[in-house]
Design a protein around this ligand. Structure first.
Ligand code: COS
Length: 374
């Protein structure tokens, strides 16, 4: 089977439409939000505009290419909208992939409408890159369990309405003893607090003090949660790459404009070879990252083999590239790019975290290397 390496006309038109929508409708809502907190009007708008329905379609099939084009396009105009959209998708994806009919009917329409805010709760203070080391305990209680422990760096926490929580149902079984549970925010014993990170998007800690969960809250199989988390990440990692490509494109566009207008040493900056070669390098790497992202997404949607490795390559290359491109764009602009409120100052803060979350660059290299020997 072959995958497409160029977007078709319809996809390109959709991307242009998304960018216009993000600039006109979503950016004002993002600007009115409080940094570090869930922006409910923004999430509701993502629902009303039908964008969440493209992330979590009614037929239950989450399409990596749609997700990537959405994220790449929104990120160019409004990273807050992009993040809010992605977090709804990530949190609800395990339900879309493996949830029961009841769970899907109860929650997915609310998430898609932007009325219920959802979060993906995997990481813990002692389990980040080594996700199979997670320790949040699910202790048997009657027909169900009670949850005890802590989750850390959870996006949308503690402001979400619903959490997909990965907990340990079998001690010392690493990846084979983890179960995913759907936990509504109003369950007794569930607490949390926000944490302030560089990027300004909502993230926090969750505490579980005997939170009751029943068999109806299990997503997928008991003890099958780790595999479900990995499947979710296989789907989302190219789209983190897409977010990075979106930021790189925005930074490149700003650098091109600035280098065309700004004069120094008797002409525009773009006529200095030091600058023009830098711009050429930025454009080439951005294009390569976009191709890798689109190809990984197309492979996922076509059910091709090797998706895990290709997803990891897309995320690794695109996030590292975006860091380079944003940094180079700052350098071309000089001090003005570091001023609070400048697009590049914003992107410089935003571009760092994607090299860490959903599997740090080092984890992606481990995944890729393992796949090479599989
Ligand atoms: N799809 C389906 N199943 C998968 C999988 C995938 N992509 N990756 C692993 N699995 C399965 C394996 O097949 C294995 O099951 P079997 O023993 O039955 O074959 C099980 O899961 C354990 O896998 P593995 O032995 O590879 O686990 P490790 O503990 O070595 O960890 C990494 C693997 C490092 C890849 C994993 O811990 C990881 O992705 N870490 C980063 C976590 C992350 O992204 N955190 C961010 C949180 S979200 S912001």
């Amino acid at each position: 089977m072959t995958t497409s390496f160029a977007l078709d006309r319809e996809q390109r038109a959709w991307c242009a439409e998304l960018r216009a929508l993000a600039a006109r409708r979503l950016r004002p809502l993002a600007e009115a939000g409080e940094p570090g907190r869930v922006n409910r009007p923004l999430v509701a708008a993502l629902g009303e505009l039908g964008l969440l329905a493209r992330v979590l379609p009614a037929d239950g099939v989450v399409r990596a290419m749609d997700l990537c084009l959405l994220r790449e396009s929104l990120a160019q105009e409004c990273t807050e909208a992009e993040t809010a959209l992605a977090l709804q998708g990530l949190g609800a994806c395990p339900v879309a992939l493996a949830g029961t009919a009841d769970q899907r009917t109860r929650w997915l329409p609310e998430v898609v409408a932007g009325r219920a805010v959802v979060a993906f709760a995997l990481s813990e203070p002692g389990a980040g890159s080594d996700a199979a080391a997670l320790e949040l305990r699910a202790e048997p209680a009657g027909a169900g369990w009670t949850l005890h422990g802590e989750k850390a760096w959870i996006s949308n926490a503690p402001g979400a309405d619903l959490y997909t929580v990965f907990a340990r149902t079998r001690p010392a079984a690493r990846a084979h003893g983890v179960t995913a549970f759907l936990v509504p925010a109003d369950r007794p014993g569930l607490g949390g607090r926000p944490r302030e990170l560089t990027g300004g998007h909502p993230v926090g800690t969750l505490t579980f003090d005997g939170v009751p969960v029943g068999p109806g809250d299990v997503v997928g199989e008991v003890d099958g949660g780790f595999r479900l988390a990995m499947r979710t990440l296989d789907l989302f990692r190219p789209s983190v790459g897409a977010l990075a490509v979106g930021m790189a494109r925005a930074a490149l566009r700003a650098a091109l404009a600035h280098a065309g207008e700004r004069h120094a040493f008797g002409g525009p900056l773009k006529d200095l070879q030091a600058v023009s070669h830098q711009l050429a390098e930025m454009a080439t790497r951005t294009e390569a990252a976009a191709l890798l992202v689109h190809s990984a997404a197309a492979a996922h949607d076509a059910g091709e083999p090797g998706v895990t490795g290709r997803s990891a390559m897309a995320k690794l290359y695109a996030t590292e590239t975006a860091q380079y491109v944003v940094d180079a764009a700052v350098q071309i602009h000089g001090a003005r790019a570091l001023e609070k409120g400048h697009l590049l100052e914003h992107l410089y803060r935003e571009v760092r975290a994607p090299r860490i979350y959903e599997g740090a660059s080092e984890v992606q290299r481990t995944v890729i290397a393992r796949e090479l020997y599989r």
